[in-house]
Write a protein of this length. Sequence first.
Length: 185
Amino acid sequence: MIRTSLRILLVEDNEADAVLIERQINKIVEKPTLEVVDNLVEVRDRLVNFVPDVVLSDYNLPTCTGLDVLELVKEYDPELGFIFITGTINDEELAANTILSGASGYILKKHINNLGEKLEPLLKKVMLNMVSQEELRERIRQNKITVNQIYEYLEKIDSDNDEQLRNIERIKSAMSQFKLNDNVE
């Protein structure tokens, strides 16, 4: 059992599979926090506001592929663990390409009944890359959220003066939170 509380982003469009995967995760992770989404817009939002420790993704999704999700995740954080849980990767070349593209691993859904035993070593590998001290991990997460929100606000600034003023106030507010988090010892 993994005793470290993990924040897991699951990108899955099949509700039944999401329930089964969550059930298996609960068997191997003591206190997981799981968010489930099924499209790139929601993935982007959760990367900014949830800041997961690991992303688990199906390969075939309604509006994109798992490789699109992987690419987006790696843009936000190249070190973030990414594991495919899919029924699609039957092709050895495609499976190899997922690893070469930056995935930490992949598990076939046909093994969903023993997903826990296949997923646990991959999650432990992901944990080795995580910061060991819980307080520092949380400070880093909060700082990432703030910085990501600043970037999101900056992208929304346009030539409308009223809108610019509102966005500038949001930036100032976010920056003050960042300074507070940065000064905590």
